[in-house]
Design a protein around this ligand. Structure first.
Ligand SMILES: [Zn+2]
Length: 653
């Protein structure tokens, strides 16, 4: 493979690591230089560490490893069935898990992880064909003739993309190169097979774009960047239609450079735009970047749930029309929140704008985190903002099942694993003379000019203490002030150092000295928010937020006899805020006054009344809300984020 104009390849343990030539405003501080050492996310990561280990058992049980063993010609005991098991994209779960193992090893280098990684990597390498092709399910089900025979649906590039991402993570975190060699052989095979003057085709499911850019960043091989550019630009010109497919689902209706919003399958859409963002920054394509910036803004304003959840339609796991955001029928796939975080993070590196840090935070604490149990080993595929009392699960992804250990389509569990293990990579980034802190956690940050120790009870407290542990002299510390943080203050060694304007970064340029202390105070006022009036499904409703957390009412916390399906909130004094260390591994609850409001008798049966029909209010009661991410960790019953607001005095409007 030719390697003209190699970029300056950076080092560091980060999933997206722009080269020095990339047009980004800052570079990520990888897991080797950003470490979560305590507090909220450390607890979640401890649970995640266990989940990664359980993940191997799940891959064994579900047949993913069986497929690779068969393809490698190494059937083991019980592996004599001779047939591939599971969906066509089964290999991708193995690769996402391998990526999680790499980040987990960077976080906590345990020998058992390395052993597992090497064992599974050897299996993957053995399953690869001599010409670099690799997809165990296609190899087993249809052999060489089946290669790329149904690219809209076969997920062959999708699996390749996840393999490449795992390989890059592995070499960055463990130094092991075996999987990278497999990835390079596969990428070379793709370069030889696909392109403008070769086979003109794209996979139905993006992710290869992000992966190829990252492989270029790791190896300096220009051809990978060129192939990523080809895959980004070839989409949107009728390739899916040539297979008789409706193009919207595949983000193939409009070229990414011409699109004004996201549409179709949510995960596909945001993986594509994340990859296009990587391409834009590595090629200095400012026109593409500004198109993506506009698409993100439209998605965020019109197609995103309060939780940061993306995709409202169960049909085709897709984005709906603008403002089509019903809380009870929300799909909001866990993977879509993860893809949204990946895209927002890349846009943050590219633009340096706080709204992308805000977006990462909203998705992380809500849409993503609700996707996994407090124990760490059970997952939601679908993340609604309301579950009605007595809901019955009608299919395996139904939230009414509660979180599950695995799925027939198991995309979400290993996606959660790699995100959770790699979380510290989202905390901070550097530019010459500047350290930017984007997310707040108890952590250590080892910037180019500045070392910091962060201590915080975030998200329960808005106070973040940053102590300088190392300084090379004059530099700028940038701290994100979330858009919700009205009244934020910042001091350096006790002296006011603001302004700390919400929705931006406070910039502190100093001759920093070891031992200096910065205190950032983000007021965690309880916020009662309303949706855009066009979100018909929640018109007249409010939701509660505090700091980065969206709140939900869950049946388990309400007084006996209060049915969540009937409640209204009574406008009045502020919510009572209480931290409850014994509840749901420690959460801050909000208590407000509300009323059950039953439908009047006239409603039963139809015809319903022409006038009247005002709900019959019951007596005022306390209503207790918990952070949305923590719901469904006790029992599965009614839950709701949006609640109708009653009129003052208690009569529901
Ligand atoms: Zn998923």
């Amino acid at each position: 493979m030719s390697s003209d104009a190699p970029p300056v390849v950076r080092t560091g343990q980060s999933p997206a690591r722009p080269t020095d030539a990339a047009t980004v405003t800052s570079h990520p501080l990888g897991l080797d230089r950003a470490r979560i050492t305590g507090g909220f996310w450390a607890d979640r990561q401890r649970a995640g560490a266990e989940a990664v280990r359980v993940g191997h058992e799940q891959l064994e049980r579900a047949g993913n490893l069986h497929n690779l063993r068969l393809a490698a010609g190494r059937p083991g005991s019980g592996d004599d069935g001779g047939e591939a098991i599971g969906p066509v994209f089964a290999d991708s779960d193995v690769y996402k898990w391998l990526e999680a193992v790499a980040w987990e090893y960077a976080r906590d280098p345990a020998e058992d992880l390395l052993e597992r990684q090497r064992e599974v990597t050897a299996l993957v390498a053995a399953a690869q064909q001599p010409d670099g092709y690799l997809n165990s399910v296609v190899q087993l089900r249809s052999g060489e003739a089946g290669r790329y025979a149904d690219l809209p649906w076969s997920h062959e590039h999708y699996c390749a993309g996840h393999l490449i991402q795992a390989a890059v993570a592995q070499v960055r975190c463990t130094g092991d190169r075996e999987l990278l060699e497999v990835a390079v052989r596969l990428a070379d095979h793709l370069v030889e097979t696909f392109g403008e003057d070769r086979r003109h085709d794209v996979d139905g499911h993006p992710v290869i774009e992000m992966a190829l850019v990252e492989l270029y960043r790791e190896t300096g091989t220009q051809a990978y960047l060129e192939l990523a550019r080809y895959f980004v630009d070839a989409r949107g010109h009728g390739l899916m239609a040539s297979y008789g497919k409706e193009p919207t689902y595949f983000s193939d209706r409009v070229p990414v450079r011409e699109a004004t919003t996201v549409e179709g399958h949510a995960v596909r859409a945001v993986y594509l735009t994340a990859g296009a963002t990587d391409l834009a920054t590595e090629t200095g394509d400012t026109a593409l970047l500004s198109t993506l910036d506009a698409q993100f803004a439209t998605m965020w304003a019109t197609k995103t749930y309060l939780t940061g959840g993306l995709g409202s339609r169960w049909d085709w796991e897709a984005f709906g029309e603008p403002y089509e955001l019903p809380p009870d029928r929300a799909y909001a796939e866990t993977c879509a929140a993860i893809g949204g975080i990946q895209w927002a993070w890349r846009m943050l590196l590219a633009t340096g704008e706080a709204r992308y840090g805000d977006a990462v935070e909203r998705m992380l604490f809500n849409g993503f985190l609700a996707g996994v149990s407090l124990r760490g080993t059970e997952y939601f595929y679908v993340n609604p903002l309301q579950l009605r009392g007595g809901s019955r699960p009608d299919e395996n992804r139904s939230p009414a099942h509660g979180r599950r250990g695995w799925f027939a389509c198991a995309c979400c569990p290993p996606n959660v694993m790699r995100t959770m293990s790699g979380l510290a990579g989202l905390l901070a980034s550097t530019a010459p003379g500047v350290l930017s802190v984007h997310q707040y956690a108890t952590a250590t940050l080892d910037g180019d000019e500045l070392g910091l120790e962060l201590t915080t009870d975030y998200p329960w407290s808005g106070q973040v203490r940053l102590e300088v542990t190392r300084s090379t002299g004059r530099s700028t510390l940038r701290l994100r002030v979330p858009a919700w943080a009205e009244g934020a203050t910042v001091t350096v060694d006790g002296t006011e150092a603001g302004p700390a304007t919400p929705g931006g970064y406070v910039e502190l340029e100093r001759d920093w000295q070891t031992g200096q202390v910065v205190l950032l105070d983000l007021p965690l006022t309880v916020r009662t928010v309303t949706a855009h009036p066009r979100v018909d499904a929640v018109r007249g409703c409010v939701a509660l937020e505090r700091g980065p957390l969206v709140y939900a009412f869950e049946q388990a916390d309400q007084e006996p006899g209060v049915e969540l399906d009937d409640i209204t909130l009574v406008p009045g004094p502020d919510a009572r805020v209480e931290h409850q260390p014994g509840l749901l591994e420690g959460v801050t609850t909000l208590t407000l006054r509300g009323r059950p409001a039953r439908a009047p008798e006239e409603y039963r049966p139809w015809p319903w009344p022409v006038d009247g029909g005002a709900p019959v209010p019951g007596d005022e009661v306390d209503l207790v809300a918990i952070p949305y991410y923590a719901w469904a960790n006790r029992e599965i019953d009614a839950m709701r984020v949006w609640v109708p607001l009653g009129a003052p005095g208690g009569t529901p409007s």
